[in-house]
Design a protein around this ligand. Structure first.
Ligand code: AMP
Ligand code: ZN
Length: 113
């Protein structure tokens, strides 16, 4: 299996890491859509949110804790930020390793495109 986010998590592909622990890794998006655009991923390869199992419940919570931590560190927590998880083609998912987009530093539009 050739997954770019697994390779980033294993440090076989370079990325601008902002956080890592036993379960999660966060890094700057290569094509940022906002002044802050960080991807938070589990080390475990899970293709989409549809593939989440009961046993992954705590892991999902950890991903949100990591996103919150980075939002605070980057100074966007109080101003506000957006968390996005695209699932499958019509949502625009292009990398099939679960990831949270943490976006902030500018006003967000609603509804999203
Ligand atoms: P999605 O479209 O939700 O699957 O998001 C995939 C995201 O991964 C996009 O925002 C890409 O810009 C980003 N991306 C793809 N390859 C890399 C990479 N090597 N390093 C950092 N971000 C990447
Ligand atoms: Zn993967």
């Amino acid at each position: 299996m050739d997954c770019i986010f697994c390779r980033i998590a294993e440090k076989k592909l370079p990325a601008r890491l902002v956080y890592e622990d036993e379960f999660a890794v966060a890094f700057e998006d290569i094509n940022p859509q906002a002044p802050v655009h960080v991807l938070v991923i589990p080390r475990k390869h899970i293709p989409t949110s549809l593939d989440l199992k009961e046993e992954d419940n705590a892991l999902v919570g950890r991903l949100f804790q990591v996103a919150n931590r980075i939002a605070r560190q980057k100074g966007i927590a109080e101003r506000g930020f957006r968390i996005v998880m695209n699932c499958n083609a019509e949502a625009g998912q292009t990398v099939f390793h679960l990831h949270i987009h943490l976006l902030g530093g500018r006003a967000m539009h609603w509804p999203p495109g």
